[in-house]
Design a protein around this ligand. Structure first.
Ligand code: MN
Length: 298
């Protein structure tokens, strides 16, 4: 359909001494957001351990969804949780939060997603929060089943706290099936292939590729030769301009400069993550140019 787009992943080394290399499909040079989704990182499958030391966030929610492996999450709110496949971590930064993520068990298979949701309007300067959701609602239809991570799919709603009209779901398409999955016409969507090839409205999508689906459709057809997992994201087009840099989302260059200074000065805003002997990921130097909002070109 008009406006649909293939989003190829790019390889990005994560910060930290033993950070992981991830495959990033969002933000894309032509497309900064899908609904409020503004960041899609796909890590693994790999036996490389993940050690992401304490680092800050502003203006966003992190959505962490492992397919394999376990991740210990600690944050400055005092959370200390081991996240397992089938469970969701949702951290809301508000005006400032900091956290660490470390894989559990050494050289075990790690595979998963970390996604960001941009916080709209006043919620971006609100309080920080953390939710661990071990039991998510399920739905499905002919040839497919789903777990709803955030927002609403069909009439199934996740209990996760969100701040804009949104959907995020893991879908499993049965072998040989042709599944018609309901979409909300006022939403834009994207489908990410996470463990194999899937046909999306007639287009083949291979491992780690994402297909953007423009608004004004009420269904998407997903076909797979064998049982295949994909992730569906979507939401009402996000109409605020975002300035994104490193782990921060603001609305201006100055928002980012202040957040960076506050992190470098260990300001109260980001608190402290216990258990790392004061080690943190330092902010990289700012670019010499003024940071500008990312523009949509589709
Ligand atoms: Mn993070």
């Amino acid at each position: 359909m008009t406006g649909d787009l293939l989003l190829e992943p790019r390889e990005v080394p994560l910060g930290g001494v033993r950070g992981l290399t991830v495959h990033r499909t969002l933000p894309h040079r032509a497309l900064p957001t899908v609904g409020a989704w503004c960041f899609v990182d796909h890590f693994g499958p790999t036996r490389e351990p993940m050690t992401v030391l304490p680092h800050p966030h502003t203006g966003l929610q992190t959505v962490t969804w492992p397919f394999a492996g376990e991740i210990r999450h600690r944050d400055n709110l005092g959370s200390d949780v081991v996240l397992r496949p089938g469970e969701l971590n949702l951290m809301t930064s508000g005006d400032g939060v900091s956290h660490s993520e470390v894989s559990v068990g050494g050289q075990v298979m790690m595979h998963g997603l970390q996604l960001w949701l941009a916080l709209p309007g006043g919620s971006r300067t609100g309080p920080a929060a953390f939710e661990h959701l071990p039991d998510l609602p399920r739905t499905g239809g002919d040839g497919w089943r789903a777990m709803v991570l955030v927002g609403t799919l069909g009439d199934t709603e996740s209990p996760a706290t969100t701040y804009s009209p949104i959907v995020g779901a893991e879908l499993t398409i049965g072998a040989g099936a042709s599944a018609d999955v309901p979409l909300q016409p006022e939403f834009e969507h994207a489908v990410l292939a996470v463990d194999g090839t899937v046909r999306v409205d007639g287009f083949d999508l291979t491992h780690r590729q994402m297909r953007y689906l423009a608004p004004a459709r009420d269904t998407v057809q997903l076909q797979a030769a064998r049982d295949t997992t994909v992730v569906l994201i979507g939401g009402a087009p996000f109409d605020e301009s975002l300035v994104m840099w490193w782990n921060f989302i603001g609305r201006s260059h100055e928002d980012i400069v202040h957040a960076r200074e506050d992190w470098e000065q260990a300001a109260e805003r980001f608190g402290q993550v216990k258990g790392h002997d004061g080690q943190v990921i330092p902010a990289p130097p700012l670019p010499r140019v003024r940071l500008r909002p990312r523009r949509r070109r589709v």
